[in-house]
Design a protein around this ligand. Structure first.
Ligand SMILES: *Cc1c(COP(=O)(O)O)cnc(C)c1O
Length: 238
């Protein structure tokens, strides 16, 4: 059976890769397919003068996911789903419960979100983004554009245990590298010692693969050096 990927990704979680959105939009238009763009990770780049081109074509999507709690640094959680077609969310989600969201208000009820979301009585997550926006428009935007330029980084690397240097470079060594699952142990040891908390992801069936995301403007070279030293310190004994 052929599996067709149901959506386009603008900033994939591990590699930070961007799909060619115009090409995908052309196909979707031709075959009348719904085009959803998962910009959960990469959506914040739309605010970057230098890198917004990576999302070129997103304006042709039917729907977009965007998580300001990632690249924008809004405290967890703040996730948005944006749908082009007006009224669709309401048509899908409204329950018209008589005890909720009465329409006879003194203001324009079009702005009531209650009947438009699947969440009903939950935090208004976007409020945090709105406050941030209000507080920082101006200086903040300038600052953000500057920091985005240097901070949109997924850094992926292998952990290579020193003892594998004893095996000559080649297939056998590659095989050995994949057999020992050291990355999870390094992470666990860091947590136990309380020194750092990092993430790792297997790359396919290959286990010793780390993905570092540097999205915090406060990150300094010394922090990165410290992390690498920690990985080496813990890894060498495993
Ligand atoms: C984080 C992420 C998600 C998940 O978003 P949630 O709001 O946590 O459900 C989806 N897609 C990508 C590419 C992500 O990076």
């Amino acid at each position: 059976m052929r599996v067709i990927q149901p959506f386009a990704t603008a900033g994939s979680t591990v590699y930070g890769a961007f799909d060619p959105l115009h090409d995908i939009a052309n196909i979707c238009e031709k075959h009348k397919l719904w085009m959803h763009v998962d910009a959960a990770w990469g959506g914040g780049l739309l605010l970057s003068r230098n890198y917004s081109y990576k999302l070129s074509g997103i304006e042709r999507a039917n729907s977009v996911t965007w998580n300001p709690h990632k690249l924008m640094g809004v405290p967890l959680q703040c996730s948005a789903i944006l749908i082009r077609e007006k009224g669709l969310l309401e048509a899908c989600n409204q329950m018209q419960a008589g005890y909720l969201f009465q329409p006879d208000k003194f203001y324009n009820v079009d702005f009531d979100t209650g009947d438009k979301t699947i969440q009903c009585g939950r935090h208004v997550d976007v409020f945090k983004l709105w406050l941030m926006w209000k507080a920082k428009v101006g200086i903040f935007m300038k600052e953000l554009i500057r920091t985005l330029r240097i901070l949109f980084t997924n850094v992926c690397f292998w952990y290579f245990p020193p003892r594998l240097n004893l095996i000559p470079e080649g297939f056998e060594r590659d095989q050995e590298l994949q057999k020992v699952s050291i990355a999870p142990k390094i992470k666990a040891q860091m947590i136990v010692e309380g020194t750092a908390m990092i993430s790792y992801q297997p790359c396919g069936d290959k286990v010793n693969f780390f993905r570092m995301v540097f999205s915090n403007p406060a990150t300094r070279q010394t922090d990165v050096d410290y992390l690498i030293d920690e990985i080496e310190r813990i890894g060498k004994d495993l």
